[in-house]
Design a protein around this ligand. Sequence first.
Ligand SMILES: *Cc1c(COP(=O)(O)O)cnc(C)c1O
Length: 408
Amino acid sequence: MLSPKFKNQLTETLDSIQDQGLYKRERLIAGAQSVEISVVSGEATTEAAPSEVLNFCANNYLGLADHADLIAAAKESLDQYGFGMASVRFICGTQTLHRELEQTIASWLGYDDSILYAACFDANGGLFEPLLTAEDAIVSDSLNHASIIDGIRLCKAKRFRFANSDMDDLRTQLQAARDAEARNVLIATDGVFSMDGYIANLPAICDLADEFEAMVMVDDCHSTGFLGPGGRGTAAFHGCEGRIDILTGTLGKALGGAMGGFTCASQAVIDLLRQRSRPYLFSNSLAPSLCGAAIKAIELTQSSVGDQLRKQLFENAQLFRGEMDAAGFTLPPGEHPIIPVMVGDAEVVQKMSSDLLERGIYVVGFFFPVVPKGTARIRTQMSAGHTPEQVKQAVAEFTAVAKKHGVV
Ligand SMILES: *Cc1c(COP(=O)(O)O)cnc(C)c1O
C-alpha cells in the first residue's frame, strides 16, 4: 500500500505537470502503424469509433512498419527460431540469426562488427562506461538524445558540453579537455537532431577530431536506412564514411520500426562491449522474429526497392517543404524528412494540432521544455508511404487551420 504521504507527493507532481500544460496523453491506434491509421478519438478509451487519419508523426520513414515482406520474414523466423530466447546472449541467448544480423549491419555500414541491444536507448546507455574511465573525456553536443546523456552520466569520464552544432564551441571544449590532460577524448553527437531535422556537420566535427586526436561517436537513429547513398546514414550523406569511430542506431525507426538497437565499431570496441556493457549483459536477447525481419529490412533498403523508397521519401519532403513555404509557413531550412512547422506560441500549437487531427491529419506539437521557449512547433515527418496527394492534402489542412489561428 502506498503511504498517503507518498501518494500526495505523486499527485502533486502529476497536478503540476497538468498545470504547466505538459501532460502527455496517448492516442489509441486501432490497427497497424502505417501512413493511414484509425485513431480512437477522445481520451484513452476503446469505446469511441475510430476515425481514419493520415499519419505525419511516425518515424516510419520508409513505410516499412507494415510491409508484407517484413511481416513474412518475422513469421518465418518465428517458425524456425521460436518465440523468445529466455536468456541473455552469453548464457544461451545467441542464435545464428543474431550473429547474422550483427554481421549484416556491420558489413552494410562498413565496420568490423556490431552488437545488438534491446533498443538504441540501451546501446547508448551501455556504450560509454565500459570504454572510458576518469582519465578520459567526453565532449557532447548540448542537444544530444536523452539516452546519450544518460549513458554519459553512467561513465566516469570528464564531461564537456558544446553548444548545439557550434564548431567554435566544440573547438573550445576540445581544448578544455586537452588542458584537463584527458587521455582519450570522444566527441558524441546525434547524426540528426530530431526536433529540428538538422543534420550534424560531421565533416567539420571529424576535422576537429583529427586536429585534437579525438574519436567520434554518432547516433544515427534518425538516418539509418534512408539518409545518404544506400541509406547508410549521416556519414554517407556527408561523404565522410570511415571517419566515424563508433556508430549507434535503431531498428525501431526506418528499419521496420519494431525494436532493437545496435553499436558498430572496430572489433576491439565491440569485443569489450560484449564483455562489459551492462544493458547487453543483464538484459534478454532480441527476439528471433525481430532479427529475421531486421535482416529483411536491411536487404530491402539495399535493393532497388530501397532506392525507390528513398527517392519517394525525399520527393515527399521536398514537396511538403516547397508547398508549405509557398503557403507562408516558417520552416527551418534543410532536406531531412523531419520538417518542423514553426509557430512560436505553445497554446496555438496545441490548438492547431488538435484541429488538424479533427481534419484527418495526425501531427504533434512540441513546446517548452522539449524545445526552447517561444519556438513551439508542429513537427511533421514524411514517409515514403505517403502519396504526393496525401502530402498536398496535409498542406491544405495546415493552411486552413493556420488561417483560423492567424498563423499565416
Ligand atoms: C529514437 C532515438 C533513440 C532511441 O532508440 P530506441 O531504439 O527507440 O531506443 C536514441 N537516439 C536517438 C537520437 C533517437 O532518435
